[in-house]
Design a protein around this ligand. Structure first.
Ligand SMILES: [Zn+2]
Length: 327
């Protein structure tokens, strides 16, 4: 039976140099493919790309400078992530379809959903922020859901090349908080899109037995070139047995205990939830933290992990410049 990739997330930006090669954009328009896009983002030789695009060293430098400016004016955005522990159930409010990058502002609501017209303005504000801070090729979200209550701040569903984004309006009222949440979700889109996985994704329970890497029940088996495959092999193999035995994924109290035991390994408490959440959280810290110089802790190695991919260094510079412009 086909499964949806359902990612519950707890959380949440270069105009000085626009990094997206026009040829790449055309490819994406005809065939949305997140991984080939990110692989082509600055593939081969970054130095071939002329300004206003940036070379790898420039992207890195640009990212660091922009981050400094953002931190000076707005503080550390990574810290805007909060773990919500409420006893409320989450409540769906409405969803909005998108068409050619535009939000259709007619809310589709269920009679049981507690929707009112002010949610339309909220949806527009979320959609505008998403488009302002996330690089153009990754805007493609087919449906935007609004919900409130519960203990997670946002989610993405990805299936059949479609992306749905859900945002908890109660936990994202502040622009900084929402920005951090959206960058975390962008981390999911980069690491969990179709091309990061084996071709026969969703097809066989046998796959779990055959999967040479971390197997996630929602997202199946990442291929050997995927970000998640490398991240898992580097950072999770030693700790996974204990993590599984203690059933960390299923209990927030156990996540707190696990985080307190392994603070040097995780960027946040929520990152202990699973390798999928760890990589999205670490990506969010990669975007909003200076490049680590001291790699003695595993959590700093997790942030440094993303610098091994030139396309991600470019994406970081792009996102940060967008955030600076937007804020
Ligand atoms: Zn998440």
């Amino acid at each position: 039976m086909k499964k949806l990739v359902m990612l519950l997330s707890l959380l949440l930006f270069l105009p000085a140099c626009s990094l997206i090669d026009e040829a790449v954009q055309r490819n994406v328009a005809s065939e949305p493919s997140y991984r080939s896009l990110s692989a082509n983002y600055l593939k081969e030789d970054v130095a071939k790309v002329d300004l206003p695009y940036c070379w790898l060293a420039q992207c890195l430098q640009q990212g660091e400078l922009t981050l400094k400016n953002i931190r000076k004016s707005h503080g550390n955005l990574s810290e805007h992530v909060t773990i919500y522990r409420t006893n409320e159930k989450h409540e769906e409010l409405a969803y909005f379809m998108t068409e050619e990058g535009k939000l259709n502002n007619i809310a589709i609501e269920s009679e049981h959903w507690n929707y009112n017209s002010k949610h339309e303005r909220t949806a527009t504000a979320i959609w505008d922020l998403w488009n302002d801070i996330i690089p153009d090729p990754y805007h493609q979200v087919d449906k935007l859901y609004l919900f409130q209550g519960g203990d997670f701040a946002a989610y993405v569903n990805m299936y059949n090349m479609r992306v749905e984004l859900g945002v908890n309006i109660k936990h994202n009222q502040d622009q900084k908080q929402l920005t951090t949440t959206l960058v975390h979700e962008f981390g999911h889109i980069l690491t969990l899109n179709q091309e990061q996985f084996t071709e026969d994704r969703y097809t066989s329970d046998q796959q779990e037995l055959e999967c040479p890497a971390y197997f996630d029940e929602w997202s199946d088996c990442p291929n050997q070139e995927s970000y998640l495959y490398s991240f898992y092999n580097k950072f999770w193999k030693k700790i996974e047995t204990e993590w599984k035995k203690k059933k960390i994924e299923t209990s927030e109290a156990r996540q707190t205990a696990f985080y307190n035991k392994y603070r040097s390994q995780f960027v946040s408490e929520y990152a202990t939830t699973s390798p999928v959440e760890d990589i999205a959280e670490s990506f969010q810290y990669f975007i909003f933290s200076p490049k680590p110089t001291n790699l003695s802790s595993i959590k700093s190695q997790k942030i440094a992990f993303f610098y091994e991919y030139p396309e991600l260094v470019a994406i970081r510079a792009d996102v940060l410049a967008r955030v600076e412009k937007r804020f």
